[in-house]
Ligand binder design. Structure first.
Ligand code: SAH
Ligand code: SF4
Length: 372
């Protein structure tokens, strides 16, 4: 049975046309589901009864299942969401994390169960790839977070016109551009005025650098872009971000320049995980400046979040400061990630990692606040 939650507005309009209905039903349905939080066709009062019955009989609106919701002392919230493991039908999970700040609320969303790209410092990468999330599983994370926040203390009096979730980062588990079609359709729903109506500037996709998909994204759905650079030369990047062997730094920088022509912001955010003694020397900071010289950018330094048997350690704070200062003295905006929600393991990948992986190769921190 078709899950209408898997469709963006265009696909919904096509569906309604195919059953002899007017395409504007798509907008009505999106508003009910995403703005009013209604997933029962019966309650959609401006849709004719006969059509409601038909939709009930022939389609469904199924959200992914929430396994656990946790709230941290600092207001960070995390939802552990069921995502069946296709390889062996065991239960696995993905997660969405909400980070409240003074002027905004950011939701970090997952795009895949696991990841095939095997970055050596990433716990999701070490789990390997399981499967892509469907559109309903991706947009469902936003639906779940939004409706749960609306009901929770401190938010219940907020007028519907005011957003609790003002920013989205596609920085949870998985490589979003490796699940291109579903991620783009889900982002189109985030941007749709009849659904969440977020501006392109407030939706940020993070990629390890899938060059052809970056080129496609700038045409199909240009949103703010963060690129996981992590190393300023191919020898080192080949080692820690293996996709670099396919799309080396020069090609990646050229893709960033092309992306900016259509991007909603006039800079790319470069993420750079700080690995002690691996990529954090002053010499490499200078190399980094040279590598990005043609790309207007900001830097987001992410102290490595260690996990057992990772083989890496977090850079020393003094080394991070020196590295940051070199970039700043060259005129760049540089932010260093702060940890949020530690008491509930809200660093992306953490709890899902623990559920999945008995060896507890779990913790993964992401950088959120500096990017959005
Ligand atoms: N696959 C995408 C998005 C998800 S990862 C990407 O790689 O960009 C989000 C960010 O967290 C990336 O910059 C990633 O490199 C970083 N990250 C992964 N593991 C980490 C760890 N153990 N410590 C700190 N940052 C990590
Ligand atoms: Fe995949 Fe991103 Fe982790 Fe690399 S850092 S393995 S691309 S999730």
């Amino acid at each position: 049975m078709t899950n209408l939650l898997d469709f963006n507005q265009q696909q919904l309009a096509d569906y309604f046309l195919s059953i002899g209905e007017k395409p504007f039903r798509a907008k009505q349905l999106l508003r009910w589901v995403h703005q009013s939080g209604i997933t029962e066709f019966d309650q959609m009062t401006d849709i004719a009864k006969v059509l409601r019955q038909k939709l009930t009989n022939e389609t469904r609106l199924t959200l992914p299942e929430v396994q656990l919701e946790q709230v941290s002392g600092d207001g960070t919230r995390k939802w552990l969401i069921g995502a069946n493991n296709q390889k062996d039908s065991t239960n696995s999970s993905i997660e969405a994390v909400f980070i409240p700040e003074d002027a905004r609320g950011t939701l970090c969303i997952s795009s895949q169960v696991g990841c095939a790209l095997e970055c050596t410092f990433c716990s999701t990468g070490r789990q390997g790839f399981n499967r892509n999330l469907s559109v309903s599983e991706i947009i469902g994370q936003l639906w779940i977070a939004n409706s749960s926040l609306r009901k929770s203390d401190g938010y219940e009096l907020l007028p519907m016109s005011e957003r609790v979730i003002s920013n989205i980062v596609m920085m949870g588990m998985g490589e979003p551009l490796a699940n291109y079609d579903n991620v783009v359709a889900a982002m189109q729903i985030m941007l749709d005025d009849h659904a969440y109506g977020l501006s392109r500037r407030r939706v940020t996709l993070s990629t390890s650098g899938l060059v052809p998909a970056m080129d496609k994204l700038k045409e199909d759905c240009p949103v703010s872009l963060a690129v996981s650079l992590h190393a300023p030369n191919d020898a080192l990047r080949d080692e820690i971000v293996p996709i670099n062997k396919k799309y080396p730094i020069k090609a990646l920088m050229a893709a960033c320049e092309r992306y900016l022509v259509k991007a909603p912001r006039d800079f790319i955010t470069f993420e750079y995980v700080m690995l002690d003694g691996v990529n954090d020397t002053p010499e490499l900071a200078h190399q980094l400046l040279d590598v990005v010289k043609n790309v207007p950018c900001k830097f987001n330094l992410i102290p490595f979040n260690p996990f057992p048997n990772s083989g890496y350690e977090t850079s020393k704070p003094s080394h991070i400061r020196v590295f940051r200062d070199i970039l700043m003295q060259a005129g760049h905006v540089v932010t260093v990630r702060k940890t949020r929600g530690e008491d509930i393991d809200a660093a992306c990948g953490q709890l899902a990692g623990k559920v999945l992986d008995k060896t507890k190769r779990s913790a993964k921190h992401i950088s959120i606040e500096a990017i959005v």
